[in-house]
Ligand binder design. Structure first.
Ligand code: ACK
Length: 316
């Protein structure tokens, strides 16, 4: 059973997580940003019954600074503490005699965003390709055939993410970068909340506004995070509302056509995204609750899970 009882090394890192570097065969890059990358790899003898297991390895690029190294270390420290079916699972770490590698479970279906963009939607017998403006063919995943999603699937994604976030918020963990690009999908359409630090810099230019302290995911941020850098579970709730919008639009980019720097003044006037076409009223009502200006007026993940539970029951 991994992690093994035997200690592999001495470091600031706990020995039980240290995985022998020579047992890891790196394959290809799954995604990369300015300072970090995620690489698919084979881990040998990770589990007793398996000669080799597919894993994802997070690592830094040579240009990364101490701050990025610290981000990856903090992500590892957090992942060590968590254990939930809707949160990415840590498998090990390589810290000795080489660069820092954080090994996590491999999610066959990639990020929720690319998964949604490669899917089609079926509602009451009518087929619909919901991919909208800004559809980039390179985003279509080549690794899986097009899936047909129903409202029930979309509610299930929302429910699973809320469950994972309820668990994290119970541990007083604030994610700060909850977005469909940071939720991973495994076979069986299981959602795994990921990216507690590193891949903040991985994505499209218009997603992150370049700021002195790195790139900021403006379109997912609550007003209080935008103007006062206040991050709490309630600001994660705001981001969760944007994730719901991404889910129901099958991975569209939020606030289409609005430059990130225009967002704060716009939100201050009370502007919010409209209900997307075909979005059920109940789901839009949840988004609106998540986007209340006053953080304390927003619901908790516990409440959201409960509401989504009822929506799922109604859609069986
Ligand atoms: O949508 P994707 O193919 O899936 O592109 C992104 C990219 O790396 C940047 O994050 C993929 N990725 C990240 N972590 C994992 C993982 N644990 N398993 C599979 N793919 C991953 C993600």
């Amino acid at each position: 059973q991994w992690p093994p009882k035997v200690a592999f090394g001495q470091d600031v890192f706990e020995d039980k997580w240290e995985f022998p570097r020579h047992c890891l065969t790196l394959e290809h890059v799954l995604g990369e940003g300015e300072f970090g990358q995620v690489v698919r790899a084979q881990a040998h003898m990770l589990r007793p019954q398996e000669e080799s297991s597919v894993v994802a390895v997070k690592m830094l690029k040579p240009e990364a600074s101490g701050a990025e190294y610290q981000d990856l270390v903090s992500e590892f420290q957090l992942l060590k503490e968590v254990d939930h079916p809707n949160v990415i699972k840590l498998l090990g770490v390589c810290t000795l005699k080489g660069p820092l590698y954080v090994i996590v479970e491999f999610c066959e279906l990639g990020s929720l965003r690319s998964f949604l963009r490669a899917s089609k939607f079926k509602n009451k017998g009518s087929w619909e390709d919901k991919q909208r403006s800004g559809n980039d063919p390179s985003m279509i995943s080549e690794k899986n055939e097009t899936r047909i999603l129903t409202f029930r699937d979309l509610f299930s994604f929302a429910w699973q993410i809320s469950k994972g976030m309820d668990y994290l918020s119970g541990l007083k963990i604030v994610h700060r970068d909850l977005a469909a690009r940071n939720v991973l999908v495994t076979e069986g359409m299981k959602m795994k909340i990921s990216d507690f630090g590193l891949s903040r810099d991985v994505y499209e230019a218009d997603t992150y506004l370049k700021m002195s302290k790195g790139r900021i995911p403006v379109k997912w941020m609550a007003p209080e995070s935008l103007y006062a850098q206040i991050y709490t579970t309630k600001s994660d709730i705001w981001s969760y509302g944007v994730v719901l919008w991404e889910v129901v639009t099958l991975g569209a980019s939020p606030y289409p056509g609005i430059p990130p720097e225009r967002l704060f003044p716009l939100l201050s006037t009370g502007y919010r995204m409209d209900r997307p076409d075909d979005c059920p009223e109940e789901l839009y009502a949840i988004m609106q609750k998540c986007w209340k200006t006053e953080p304390e007026h927003r619901p908790s993940f516990f409440m959201l899970t409960d509401i989504l539970d009822s929506l799922l029951q109604q859609n069986t």
